[in-house]
Structure formats: structure tokens, C-alpha cells
Design a protein around this ligand. Structure first.
Ligand SMILES: *Cc1c(COP(=O)(O)O)cnc(C)c1O
Length: 393
């Protein structure tokens, strides 16, 4: 069956050019880049080129790029660098809507004696700049604020926030995994100390990512061992992954504006079509200041997971902000932080497009969704109380 893949904020298709680029480094050039011989040196050179590619995409120096096993490790490495290098500062600032890679690390540090300020968001998913400024203290070790939200696509004013932190001498980290390849990045103009990216969110391979560490910003190795990555990340390099990431970065920056325009045109078509065809539907999050590929939409009195199961029968892949079937009555922490009412939060679906998404695919979803929602609403004896639907499971 045909797959209509609209779950690109979860992971993306590996670009064929990336696979092609990686292939010889599995089959032929399997040398260890740390070896003295030429066979390994050849791989070392290719890694250097991948580092150049990532650095050029970020507008930074090659030596400011540290390859990791993905976005999660990169986030962890940045946060632990800031805390490890300033043992006397025991306060951290983040938001309530971060990815678990940041939120769980913050929770861990709370257990180690840190005080964490979790900035709230309004009903559109926006931060309050004054609340942020007021949260910065002399003992703040790090601010960690995502560039764009993976569930709603809402973009935060990271540049202004990072400037304010720098003025107060506070280190700043941004989880920019969802922004890379969709928003132009230039580290010369973005005053952050740490910024992270992940290969599999930009049509590269899974299990590889990178953390940008500004030249003068502190870094503490998070994984001990050999001297790889300039002593910053031990372990034999994920050679194929890194080489693939370099290629993915190059590809995703090519025609970025044009690809963004096309993605947002299709996303807006989907959004307008669904809002028009389904009663009691509503977009979650600010619609203007948003990634071009993301639509988070709620249909009241139905369950997101039921919608996903029915979409799945047509080969349509999306994701949901509710977690009824996983044993939790709680909708997504992001929608909860936004104060989305229970009746809407449970019926939320996230569609996330990519540069490979076609008009046909959007048309298929527009054709199937109204019927799906109608059937689910007809079936639901609890349509006035979606909380009860969950509770009866
Ligand atoms: C996917 C994602 C991550 C984690 O990246 P992995 O490479 O899967 O570890 C972190 N933050 C955000 C916002 C993400 O979307």
C-alpha cells in the first residue's frame, strides 16, 4: 500500500543522495579514521568535509562542530557542559514545552540539587519575554530554550532571548533540531553558546547529530574514552552517519526558501481544507510565527489516537498529542502547557510535511478526514465528555 508520510517531525525519509553518499563507507572504505594508514586517513578526510558542510550550514567554524549520536546526546552534552563548568551556579531556566531530551535532563538535575525555572506559554504557545527576563539570576548556569516546537511548530524569539542572557553573562543553549533546514542559521548573528541538530530530522541518517559549541564557550566531555572529536566526544566515529549528515546538511540548504514556500502552501491548503470541512476543529499554536511544515489541529470530542488508526488504514502517517492508549490520561505536555481544553487536547493530530510531500498526498487526507471525524463522532457515546472516553479504557 502507498504510504502518505506526514510525520516528518518524528523522523524523515533518508534522501537517496545521502544513502548513495554513505554506501561506499560501509562496503569499501571501512577504515578507522584514527588509524595511521592511508585507508583510515581517507575516511578522516571525508569526516573533515562533513564537518565543513555542517559548519557552513550553521555559519560557524569547523572546530565548533562536535558530532554526537543524535539530538538527544547533543542536548545532554550542552546542558552538562554548562553545569559542569560552573559548579557554583545552581539555577537553570527552560520552558514547559521542551522536547524530553531537555525536560528529562532538567528533571534529573533537579534531583541533583538544581533549581529549575520552567517558563510557561500562553494559549498560542508563546513565551512571555518579561517573565523570561525576570527569571535570569546571577546564579543561573544556563538557559535552554528550543528554537521551534516539535509538536506545534511555534518558533521562539531565540535571538532576543540569547542576547539578553549574554548581557547578563548567562550561557544559552537552543534545541534547534526542528528549525535546522527550515530556518536559516548563522552563528555569527545568533548569540547562543550551544545549538544542536539531528541527522534524521533533515533527511539524513538516524543515530547521528551535532552540537555547535562556540569557540570561547565551556565544554565538558560527556562521554570519556579516546581522543576523537578533539577530545570532546570519545568513541570511534559513526563514520557513515557523519558522512551522511554532511550530505544531508548540504542538500537541505539547497533551495531552502523555495522548498519552504512549497511546504507552507501545502500545509496551508491542508489547514484551510480541514478547518472548512470539519466543525469544531481548531489549530493549536500561533499560526504566523510557525515552521512551514507543521500543522497541529484539534477535533473536539474525538480521540487523536482513534483518528490515527483510521488514517493508518489509508496509509496516512501522522501523530497525536494525546496518550490515552499508552496508559496515560494526560494529553501532551505541550498542549497542557498551552491550556488547550481536555476536549480538544485529546482530539489533536499533528501533520508534519517535508519537501517530498506532494499535492496528491494532501488531497488524499482532505478527502478522507471529514468522513473519519464524522464516523468517530457518531460512534462516541461520550461525545460531550472525552475525559470519560479515556477513563473507560
Ligand atoms: C527529534 C528531536 C530531538 C531528539 O533528536 P534525536 O536525534 O532523535 O535524539 C530533540 N529535540 C527535538 C525538538 C526533536 O524534535
Amino acid at each position: 500500500m502507498r504510504v502518505v508520510y506526514l510525520d516528518n517531525n518524528a523522523t524523515t525519509k533518508t534522501a537517496p543522495e545521502v544513502v548513495e553518499k554513505m554506501q561506499p563507507y560501509f562496503e569499501e572504505y571501512y577504515g578507522n579514521p584514527s588509524s595511521m594508514h592511508n585507508f583510515g586517513g581517507l575516511v578522516q578526510k571525508e569526516i573533515a568535509l562533513a564537518r565543513e558542510s555542517v559548519a557552513s550550514g550553521l555559519g560557524c567554524l569547523a572546530r565548533e562542530v562536535v558530532f554526537t549520536s543524535g539530538g538527544t546526546e547533543a542536548d545532554n552534552a550542552a546542558i552538562f557542559s554548562a553545569t559542569g563548568s560552573q559548579p557554583d551556579k545552581k539555577h537553570l531556566v527552560t520552558t514547559r514545552v521542551e522536547h524530553p531530551a531537555v525536560l528529562s535532563t532538567m528533571k534529573y538535575l533537579e534531583g541533583k540539587g538544581y533549581e529549575v525555572t520552567y517558563l510557561g506559554v500562553d494559549e498560542k504557545g508563546r513565551l512571555d519575554m518579561q517573565e523570561y527576563l525576570d527569571s535570569l539570576r546571577p546564579d543561573t548556569a544556563l538557559v535552554s530554550v528550543m528554537y521551534a516546537n516539535n509538536e506545534t511548530g511555534v518558533i521562539f524569539p531565540v535571538r532576543d532571548m540569547a542576547l539578553a542572557a549574554r548581557e547578563k553573562g548567562v550561557l544559552f543553549h537552543t534545541d534547534s533540531v526542528q528549525a535546522i533546514g527550515k530556518i536559516p542559521m548563522d552563528m555569527k548573528d545568533l548569540p547562543v553558546d550551544y545549538l544542536v541538530l539531528s541527522g534524521h530530522k533533515i533527511h539524513g541518517p538516524k543515530g547521528v547529530g551535532a552540537v555547535f559549541v562556540r569557540k570561547k564557550s565551556p565544554f565538558r566531555p560527556y562521554i570519556m574514552g579516546g581522543h576523537q572529536e578533539n577530545g570532546r566526544r570519545a568513541g570511534t566515529e559513526n563514520t557513515t552517519g557523519i558522512i551522511g549528515l554532511g550530505k544531508a546538511m548540504e542538500l537541505v540548504l539547497k533551495n531552502m526558501d523555495q522548498k519552504n514556500d512549497e511546504m507552507s502552501r501545502l500545509r496551508n491548503k491542508l489547514e484551510q481544507g480541514l478547518l472548512g470541512a470539519v466543525t469544531n476543529s481548531k489549530v493549536n499554536g500561533e499560526t504566523l510565527n510557525r515552521l512551514p511544515n507543521t500543522l497541529n489541529i484539534s477535533f473536539s470530542y474525538v480521540e487523536g489516537e482513534a483518528i490515527l488508526l483510521m488514517l493508518d488504514q489509508f496509509g496516512v502517517c501522522a501523530s497525536s498529542g494525546s496518550a490515552c492508549t499508552s496508559g496515560s490520561l494526560e494529553p501532551s505536555h505541550v498542549l497542557r502547557a498551552m491550556g488547550v481544553p481536555f476536549t480538544h487536547a485529546h482530539g489533536s493530530v499533528r501533520f508534519s510535511l517535508s519537501r517530498y510531500t506532494t499535492e496528491d498526498e494532501i488531497d488524499l487526507v482532505l478527502e478522507k478526514m471529514p468522513g473519519i471525524i464524522q464516523r468517530l463522532r457518531d460512534m462516541s457515546p461520550f461525545s460531550a465528555d472525552s475525559e470519560a472516553i479515556c477513563a473507560t479504557k
